[in-house]
Design a protein around this ligand. Sequence first.
Ligand code: HXC
Length: 258
Amino acid sequence: MEYVILEKNEAVTLITVNRPEKLNALNRQVIFELNTAFASAEDDPETRVIILTGAGEKAFVAGADIAEFASFSPEEGRRLAADGQERLFNFIENLAKPVIAAVNGYALGGGLELALACHIRLGATTAQVGLPEVSLGVIPGYGGTQRLARIAGPGAAFELITSAQRIPADRALALRIFNHIYPPEQLLSEARALAGRIAANSPSAISAAMNAIRAGYEPLRSGFDKEIEAFGLCFATEDFREGTQAFLEKRKPRFTGR
Ligand code: HXC
């Protein structure tokens, strides 16, 4: 694998997104490799808990790869969201083994959505999170409109998504996006300690409990479908061209609402 590192260590498998020169942004290849890595950990009889983190000190994942989707048509945009949700985001959420996100830096856009799809989120005190998609003329398309509202409540979701603001780790903790925050140098060891506590328990009971927890929020399906449709439609707007071009040209966008 080119962009993903898989390290199995007894009951705990660590999966690292390894594209630090682009702040671990998710392109098609990264999503494909993450799917392969999670499937391999799920199938590995020894693995009981999975930890997901990002390479480097700066980012967990800074979002979907803007350069990759900047020239997409509405249909390609819709497919990007639908395929990603199926292959990675819903795939993680529905695994039988618990996944802990160790958010070591920026978790923005698709990066925060990836953390939100994990079952447990631990943050570094230096992490910053947000869903900045509307500053690019698109919306969250990897489940963020649904999962952020579920985890942090609709008020926080409306504020964070419409303002596109990045919030620090302590604010994310207060909003229940993070279960705990730790100094960056302790983040992985704390994630491993929690994984060890989980791994001592019955895997079959854990998987049954996870099924029961998920059963409580299954009706969200239509919300995810709505998000995919709305994400695709953004690709027909002038604001989308302007927002993505402005990012690539490293300038501020000028939005018109068209
Ligand atoms: C592509 C990205 C990227 C991204 C960073 N890079 N984020 N490339 N897609 N999401 C690249 C930069 O272009 C740059 O490449 C390199 O990584 C380092 O980033 P810098 O911007 O130079 O770093 P810095 O100035 O420290 O700023 C960090 C940052 C900024 C604040 C995180 O990179 C940023 O705003 N990134 C975009 C965040 C974002 O909008 N994410 C949401 C994407 S939309 P070069 O080659 O210049 O060195 C999304 C949609 C999900 O996620 C739904 C899809 C269905």
